[in-house]
Ligand binder design. Structure first.
Ligand code: SME
Length: 155
């Protein structure tokens, strides 16, 4: 994967005009379109003071999982652990919320502002075992850039 090119494009989206919401949507659309095995890309943020995540924007099939309680599924576990979670085969995960039979793997990377876990990027793939350290590098970069946006109206 051409991580350098993807990073440049992400910087471009962040630096260009638009509201934070529009930029998040552009990032979802870009990643889904450009990375062959990214079949669903979305951002979840903490829902106010509640112990739950709320879906902000996404690219891919609509999901019914708009709200996810902390601790539930891959996303909810990352809300508690503050750590990256890479699942190369979702059938091996007990605490997993299915977003469709086609999804085989998932990667979730937390977003921090001043050391606080405020949300995450979630990528689903229809491919088994697709993720490498390059995905982690790219998605951690995306989260760092997103944390620079004025997200206060969103989170
Ligand atoms: N699979 C996720 C739920 C969100 S969807 O992937 C859009 C999970 O287990 O938390």
């Amino acid at each position: 994967m051409p991580v350098k090119i993807h990073k440049e494009k992400i910087i471009n989206i962040i630096d260009n005009n638009g509201t934070p919401e529009e930029k998040l949507q552009k990032i979802c659309d870009y990643l889904k379109q450009e990375v062959r095995y990214y079949d669903w890309v979305g951002f979840y943020f903490r829902n106010g003071n509640k112990e739950e995540l709320k879906l902000n924007c996404f690219a891919g099939e609509p999901t019914t999982h708009i709200i996810i309680p902390f601790g539930k599924g891959i996303c909810g576990q990352v809300a508690n652990s503050n750590e990256n979670f890479i699942v190369q085969d979702v059938s091996q995960q007990d605490n997993y919320i299915s977003c469709g039979w086609q999804v085989k793997s998932e990667i979730v990377i937390p977003i921090f502002i001043d050391g606080q876990n405020i949300g995450q990027i979630d990528v689903d793939s229809h491919t088994l075992n697709p993720f490498t350290e390059k995905d982690t590098e790219l998605l951690e970069f995306v989260c760092q850039e997103v944390s620079k946006l004025n997200l206060i109206p969103i989170v």
